[in-house]
Write a protein that binds this ligand. Structure first.
Ligand code: AMP
Length: 456
């Protein structure tokens, strides 16, 4: 299978070849013909599978071959394709892909997201673009101000739809859908398929083609995964030890909270390890700077919270560390998807303390396998340690939506109102002793970390 068999125009093939891609990835081989055929698509693919090119290439092709609706010379260029993404980073990366793959076409594109000035975006939109990539919050801001016109959208793409729902964007998405023309092509990409995604897909898609490249909720097989049991207050020295002894030169570290990310960066600095944090409280400039330094290799460690890291695209990122396990088991799959991309091998290690044993069990249940545990000499965990409740957020509101809206999609000018889909993760765990690794019970059962997960 080669790209030239997929029915793509020469201009697109040329741009693809310049990227050094020779063979379409499985999602591309399936999605490209399906999108070119003009129907709706439901695609199960996580980041790292090549999904972005999977929808970008065929929509570029469709827009360049089908004429836009006639317009008067004074009217702005109508927006013909709308790509919605959960985060700023992903929006920026998707639009970069649109530019890269569309460089030999006459189509134009723009990206709009919150956290940056709205006026330059208004100017861009006034002029008009063919393809608009946006986060839902900022797009709504523009809709409310009457600075964007979506009534000629021919193709709608929801990228990482599961994450958009997790972040509480469902209401925003529905408000956006309500103003789009009824007749259009819809593409929905999601790494996981919850009942909510199914409900969204049912309402949105018309007899869609269905593609799933990774097993549902499965972790990418090529990623070596390991758990290092450790005491709560020994995680930082353990991480410094791992980075130094293994000479890791580029490592993405996940923390549960923004505060935790900042603190870890400070601690690593004292060990002579250069790191920067990216999370919703950092300015867009700081986030972009951290990301670009990390990508070019001058920054050894990037510490991120789940939402900030969403969609980060770094080729061949060799190491991902879960400094804290994620609150939501699905996030584990998203996190480790940062490594082992496009065929590269990767390694994901999780530093797990006694407080996180239930979270680990939830993750293992989701990925349907037990993760190998390896004790690092000198960091043996205290067998008598008792679990403590976990602080889920830096702030005192454990729901996901506030962070999602203010940190990513919104201009920040509106209060985070809590969408219909926002859910509180539930009560933190009690201080009951946790079961040791390996399944043997310590006698008393550990209290559930979050009763009923997120209602799934
Ligand atoms: P994505 O899943 O869209 O985030 O893409 C993951 C990574 O794979 C990106 O860095 C792409 O540049 C890269 N990629 C996409 N398609 C291909 C391909 N056909 N061959 C090699 N690399 C690819």
């Amino acid at each position: 299978m080669s790209f030239s068999n997929l029915g793509l125009a020469d201009e697109i093939l040329r741009a693809v070849t310049e990227q050094g891609y020779t063979t379409p990835t499985p999602i591309q081989a399936q999605a490209i013909p399906a999108v070119l055929a003009g129907g709706d698509l439901l695609a199960g693919a996580q980041t790292g599978t090549g999904k972005t090119a999977g929808f970008t290439l065929p929509i570029l092709q469709r827009l360049s071959t089908a004429a836009a609706a006639p317009r008067t010379t004074t009217a702005a260029r109508p927006i013909r394709a709308l790509i919605l993404t959960p985060t700023r980073e992903l929006a920026a990366q998707v639009e970069e892909s649109v530019r890269t793959y569309g460089k030999y076409l006459k189509l134009t594109s723009a990206v709009i997201f919150g956290g940056v000035g709205i006026n330059p975006q208004i100017k861009l939109l006034k002029h008009g673009v063919d393809i608009l990539v946006a986060t839902p919050g900022r797009l709504l801001d523009h809709m409310q101000q009457g600075t964007v016109n979506l009534n000629q959208i021919e193709i709608l793409i929801l990228d990482e739809a599961d994450r958009m729902l997790d972040m509480g964007f469902i209401r925003d998405i529905k408000r956006i859908l309500a103003v789009l023309p009824k007749k259009r092509q819809n593409l929905l990409f999601s790494a996981t398929f919850s009942d909510e995604i199914k409900a969204l897909a049912d309402g949105l898609l018309n007899s869609p083609a269905m593609i799933e490249v990774a097993r549902r909720n499965s972790t990418v097989e090529i990623i070596a995964q390991k758990v290092h049991p450790v005491d709560r207050d020994r995680k930082h020295p353990m991480l410094a030890h791992l980075i130094k002894t293994n000479q890791w030169s580029q490592v993405l570290v996940f923390t549960r909270t923004k505060h935790g990310a900042n603190k870890l960066v400070e601690q690593l600095e004292k060990d002579g390890i250069t790191g920067m944090a990216i999370h919703g409280n950092k300015s867009q400039t700081a986030r972009t700077k951290a990301l670009s330094e990390f990508k070019e290799g001058s920054l050894q460690v990037l510490v991120a919270t789940d939402i900030a890291a969403r969609g980060i695209d770094i080729d061949q990122l060799p190491h991902v560390v879960n400094y804290d396990l994620p609150n939501v088991p699905e996030d584990y799959v998203h996190r480790i998807g940062r490594t082992g991309r496009a065929g590269a091998t990767g390694e994901a290690v999780s530093l797990v303390c006694v407080d996180e044993h239930q979270m680990l069990r939830d993750i293992e249940k989701l990925i349907k396998r037990a993760l190998p545990k390896e004790i690092i000499p000198g960091f043996e965990p205290d067998p008598n340690a008792r679990a403590q409740p976990i602080q889920l957020r830096s702030g005192n509101v454990p729901g996901r939506r506030p962070q999602g809206r203010s940190g990513n999609g919104s201009s920040g000018s509106k209060p985070a109102t809590g969408g219909g889909n926002a859910r509180a993760p539930g009560a933190p765990r009690s201080g009951a002793p946790a079961k040791p690794f390996g399944g043997a019970s310590s006698g008393k059962p550990s209290a559930p970390h979050r009763s009923g997960g997120r209602g799934r």
